[in-house]
Design a protein around this ligand. Structure first.
Ligand code: NAD
Ligand code: UDP
Length: 312
């Protein structure tokens, strides 16, 4: 297949690019580098089946015939999407629409990267795909949450009215090598802080929870979904739920760090709990994650160590 991946220079997009090339496909990566990095694709410089286009998907373009589109372009870390608020809303609206038009034109299959943020600060726990969410439509996170919810509506409408063969993956917090060390997400912050011997910054009292999925498990789930015929959203995430305080201590254990833990104010609308119900992914795709948090942190250690060295 000739596959188009938007957001290919990002954390997940670059891993997906590697996995699809390994499966023997040709990949056209499209990225405007607003949060991604050429470094994530540097190892593909001499790969003849990979092509990279520097382009903002909010501007329409013709990639020529493609068989599959993985739509992953969007700022994703809270500091990034709050800095790029309007761009985030636009990529989830104009950008997603442009890619759906390409899919309609070439009869390409489509998979859109959605998110657990569609559930907002959930009052159902764990979150099943049937849950409609609890989202503040005008709060600081709304630029991301509503962008992603609008994309889900748009993708579903193109499936319903225009017969685009589309899928929606709701990704829960994913981490691993190529997460930008300075993107402000919790794993990037804790790993770089612990490696530098700095204090680990917990926002709030650390009792809020997240469920962390290692990148190879996430990509495996996404690829299985891409081969399925499911059009409704599917949660792909690791159901093992951690408080942020326990996560900080796990990072300290893995690194052997004696950094202090310090507490900062909790950002507005920060979700208090997050845990995927993956019953559907298990039944439909035969998928469940294999890598627990401490193993995944160990697998990420060398990457964060070299990122810090490169930045020094
Ligand atoms: P990332 O920031 O590393 O990657 C996003 C990529 O999209 C970057 O390379 C960026 O430059 C590119 N991009 C942004 N706007 C663009 C535009 N208008 N045109 C072209 N390229 C553009 O983030 P990530 O963690 O790899 O996330 C990838 C996707 O997965 C996003 O859609 C995100 O919402 C979704 N997601 C990620 C997570 C996670 O935990 N990593 C969780 C839920 C959903
Ligand atoms: N967080 C934290 N310290 C940090 C960065 C994040 O305590 O240095 C918290 C954040 O407030 C949230 C959780 O960790 O409760 C996950 O944050 P992240 O930005 O990684 O992703 P989110 O799931 O909030 O989008």
């Amino acid at each position: 297949m000739r596959v188009l991946i938007t957001g290919a220079a990002g954390f997940l997009g670059s891993h997906l690019t590697d996995a699809l090339l390994a499966d023997g496909h040709e990949v056209l990566g499209v990225d405007n580098f607003c949060t991604g990095s050429l470094q994530n694709l540097a190892h593909l410089e001499h790969e003849s089946r990979f092509e990279l286009m520097n382009h903002d998907i909010c501007e329409s373009f013709d990639p020529k015939h493609v068989d599959y589109i993985f739509n992953f372009a969007s700022p994703a870390s809270p500091p990034d999407y709050m800095r790029l608020g309007i761009e985030t809303l636009m990529v989830g609206s104009a950008g997603t629409r442009n890619m759906l038009e390409v899919a309609a034109k070439y009869g390409a299959k489509f998979l859109h990267a959605s998110t657990s943020e569609c559930y907002g600060d959930p009052d159902q726990h764990p979150q099943t795909e049937e849950y409609w969410g609890h989202v503040n439509p005008i709060g600081p996170r709304s630029v991301y949450d509503e962008s992603k919810r609008f994309s889900e509506a748009l993708v579903t409408a193109y499936w319903r009215y225009r017969k685009v063969d589309a899928r929606l993956v709701r990704i829960f917090n994913t981490y691993g090598p190529r997460l930008q060390a300075n993107d402000g997400r919790v794993i990037s912050n804790f790993m770089t802080q612990a490696l530098r011997g700095e204090d680990l910054t917990i926002y709030g009292d650390g009792s809020q929870t997240r469920s962390f999925c290692y990148v190879s498990d996430e990509v495996d789930g996404i690829l299985r979904l891409s081969r399925s015929d499911e059009h409704a959203p599917v949660n792909i995430g690791n159901p093992s739920e951690w408080t942020i305080l326990d996560c900080a201590n796990a990072v300290k254990r893995v690194i052997g760090s004696n950094s202090q833990i310090v507490f900062h104010p909790l950002p507005q609308d920060d979700p208090t709990q997050r845990q995927p119900d993956i019953t559907k992914a298990k039944a439909l795709l035969g998928w469940e994650p294999k890598i627990d948090l401490e193993t995944g942190l160990k697998l990420s250690l060398e990457y964060f160590r070299s990122s810090i060295k490169a930045a020094a």
